[in-house]
Design a protein around this ligand. Structure first.
Ligand SMILES: [Zn+2]
Length: 227
């Protein structure tokens, strides 16, 4: 009976399932934080505190994940790419230099996804102030209202929640639709925490933005118009 040679270990090859599943689990922190803020289950002070802790602590897990997967999967469509950027299949993939907080992240992508990714990050940078204000002003209003309510003070929690949904819903739809009309800069500065774009890939994230954003716009408008 012939002895079969054992296959050489493929230590460098990423486990696709693990790469995708870890990204999904790390993404789920974001809806969990939003649930704690928007639904603020009682006791409100605990929901607020846990939400803030998760929001701040998330990057401790998400940044190492980004560093692990940036050379491995497409930042746009999230698929695990063929290995060896210099190999014979090099033409199928491309490299984007994303600048964030004084550092450069070398993000790989499919060659065909270089254009939408470049347009998207160019749009984010060009529109960074409307997008930042559209997230942080309603977030601040909601968090201060929750903190006041938790401290037993009168607080416009329902109003702040409705405005948070409406304004954030509009803002994320602006990001998810506006880039179609964007130019392409050669230098890509990312004005938001860059690790969040590697969890599901930008394309999947933008579908979450569009769908949840529309739902929130509807809910926010229904509240505001009923007052
Ligand atoms: Zn791709």
């Amino acid at each position: 009976m012939a002895l079969r040679e054992s296959q050489p270990p493929t230590a460098a090859a990423p486990n696709r399932f693990l790469v995708y599943a870890t990204g999904v689990v790390l993404f789920l922190f974001i809806p969990l934080v939003l649930f704690l803020f928007v639904r603020h289950p009682a006791p409100v002070g605990v929901s607020l505190g846990v939400g803030v802790l998760l929001m701040v602590g998330h990057r401790l897990l998400a940044r190492p994940y980004m560093i692990r997967v940036a050379p491995v999967k497409c930042v746009w469509c999230n698929r695990v790419l063929p290995e060896a950027p210099q190999g014979k299949r090099a033409g199928e993939t491309s490299l984007l230099e994303l600048r964030s907080g004084g550092r450069i992240v070398q993000a790989r992508c499919c060659a065909v996804h270089r254009q939408p990714a470049t347009k998207f990050f160019t749009f984010l940078h060009a529109w960074r102030w409307p997008l930042r204000l559209g997230i942080f002003v309603p977030l601040l209003f909601l968090l201060t209202s929750l903190a006041a309510y938790a401290a037993g003070q009168p607080a416009p929690v329902s109003l702040a929640t409705a405005w948070f949904k409406l304004v954030v819903g509009i803002t994320v739809n602006l990001a998810a639709l506006g880039y179609f009309a964007s130019r392409e800069d050669s230098r890509l500065d990312v004005p938001f925490p860059v690790h969040n774009f590697f969890l599901l890939g930008v394309r999947n994230l933008l579908w979450v933005f569009r769908l949840v954003g529309l739902w929130w716009i509807w809910q926010g408008l229904a509240y505001v118009l009923s007052q």
